[in-house]
Write a protein that binds this ligand. Structure first.
Ligand SMILES: Cc1cc2nc3c(=O)[nH]c(=O)nc-3n(C[C@H](O)[C@H](O)[C@H](O)COP(=O)(O)O)c2cc1C
Ligand code: SF4
Length: 450
């Protein structure tokens, strides 16, 4: 099929400021995770359509749609698929990154629980596009309930003849899907560490190049994409690139899941067009809990520089958030009101990164340990004069000197916290954070009526 331009369905999701429940539309259906429910709601129609396209045609639709990766870096998906070298007769793989572990990021896990079949459908389409026959889902191991759900959904898809041997109109295309439960390490979300872990080795990042497109899983050409990225593929194929492009801004297209947690009235997942503002998202979530005011928030998870109310009107797309000094990343919006100590929050994040540092390179292995030590004494009101500058010095030395991005992820919240709230860190020379910001004021359900 060469003519891929078709009539674009009316798009109810074009207007910014509103929700766009495309993936999440299934979530509240009765037994949403079952194949029957998914099919009754148009599921697997995109795969049917994809069988009539050549691989390159699918890739071109993806490029035209402008879907960018939802795992953090925002790399164009169609372009990534096109990087695979020409076929040499050997295997080529798709690996879905379902390791979701960044503090505040909590979209892939509930999505997989509610709607696993859209991922399986997206995987089959991607494999057809890149000429691969085997896809893997690398899931963080702690979520055993999601693992079971994925296994059951994959089994359903095999039994219904949607995947397996001899698929497609000519009955000559094999598609196999393997679900793998990891051992629970944040670093295994980094794509090359993930590949090592999937191969059975210690989950530590590999040197790039070679990039996974050239030498990925078992040293074969491999596409690695996030759960939400691949789940967005069936909608694009079914409704067309123009439908997808009608949502978003000049710099990025489509619907995305924003995760709001913390001190908003109704925390949860809000799927909206890219480009909604944080103020609109906060409003959709019922605003800050009654009687309190916003102090700071993260636009994209704990590794992204914090914002305050000054940035509430920033358009939540990649370029605008970057221009405002942070990153959209995983769109994990953690919201903190005036009862929260910035030092305490940054210290908890530092605990996390130090614990998750894989130890391969010394700036991160040693640096995260030092950050944690100093932050703990500041939190306890036992800081030593010069500690705040010492923190900045350490983050500078971690900076771009680490083997993978985890080092920078650990340094960023410390820098950003000090840049915005230096006084609070310096107060840690004499006063414990728990005296300035008593614990009992902070819990979300601390106050009657909430
Ligand atoms: C320390 C670290 C952890 C990461 N964790 C995840 C993760 O849990 N899920 C994910 O999709 N991407 C994660 N990434 C990004 C991946 O390396 C990769 O860019 C992504 O899976 C590509 O998919 P996408 O193009 O669909 O976004 C992580 C990166 C780093 C450096
Ligand atoms: S930056 Fe940290 S997580 Fe990444 S390779 Fe170095 S030690 Fe490991």
């Amino acid at each position: 099929m060469s003519d891929v331009a078709e009539e674009t369905p009316v798009n109810p999701y074009g207007a910014p400021g509103k929700l766009a429940p495309v993936l999440s539309d299934m979530w509240d259906k009765d037994k949403s995770w079952k194949l029957e429910t998914y099919r009754n709601n148009g599921g697997y129609e995109a795969l049917e359509k994809a069988w009539s396209y050549e691989g390159d045609e699918i890739i071109n639709i993806m490029k035209d749609a402008g879907l960018v990766g939802r795992g953090g870096a925002g790399f164009p998906t169609g372009l990534k698929w096109s990087f695979l070298p020409p076929h040499d007769g050997g295997p080529r793989y798709l690996v879905v990154n379902a390791d979701e572990s960044e503090p505040g990021t909590c979209k892939d896990i509930p999505h997989l629980m509610a709607n696993p079949h859209v991922l399986i459908e997206g995987m089959a389409i991607c494999l057809k596009a890149v000429g691969g026959h085997h896809g893997f889902i690398y899931l963080r191991g702690e979520v055993v309930h999601v693992y079971r759900r994925l296994l059951a959904a994959v089994r359903e898809a095999y039994e219904a003849g949607l995947i397996g041997k001899g698929r497609g109109p000519q009955g000559d295309y094999d598609i196999d899907i393997t679900v793998h439960a990891g051992a629970g390490a944040y670093i295994c979300g980094e794509e090359t560490a993930l590949l090592s872990a999937l191969e059975g080795y210690r989950g530590q990042p590999r040197l790039k190049p070679p990039f996974p497109a050239a030498e990925g899983l078992y040293a074969r050409p491999t596409v690695i994409n996030n759960v939400e990225t691949i789940s967005s593929v069936p909608g694009v194929i079914k409704n067309g690139a123009d439908w997808f492009k009608a949502m978003g801004t000049e710099s990025a297209n489509g619907h995305v899941i924003y995760s709001l947690s913390g001190h908003v009235k109704n925390p949860g997942q809000y799927e909206a067009p890219i480009g909604i503002t944080a103020r609109e998202l906060f409003d959709l979530a019922g605003g800050i809990r009654p009687g309190h005011k916003l102090k700071f928030w993260t636009p994209g998870g704990s590794s992204t520089p914090i914002f305050t109310e000054d940035e509430l009107d920033v358009v939540m797309d990649y370029n605008s958030v970057k221009e405002a000094g942070s990153m959209l990343a995983t769109r994990a919006i953690q919201v903190f009101d005036e009862t929260v100590s910035v030092v305490r929050v940054v210290t908890r994040w530092a605990d996390f990164y130090q614990h998750e540092s894989c130890g391969k390179c010394s700036p991160c292995r040693e640096g995260t340990y030092w950050l944690r030590q100093i932050l703990h004494r500041l939190e306890a009101g036992k800081g030593q004069p010069g500690d705040v500058d010492m923190l900045l010095n350490i983050t500078k030395n971690i900076g771009a000197n680490t083997f993978c991005a985890l080092g920078a992820a650990a340094a960023t919240p410390v820098n950003a916290g000090i840049a915005r709230f230096r006084d609070e860190f310096e107060a840690g020379y004499t006063t414990p954070a728990w005296e300035l910001f008593p614990y009992e004021k902070t819990p979300r359900f601390a106050e009657e009526g909430e």
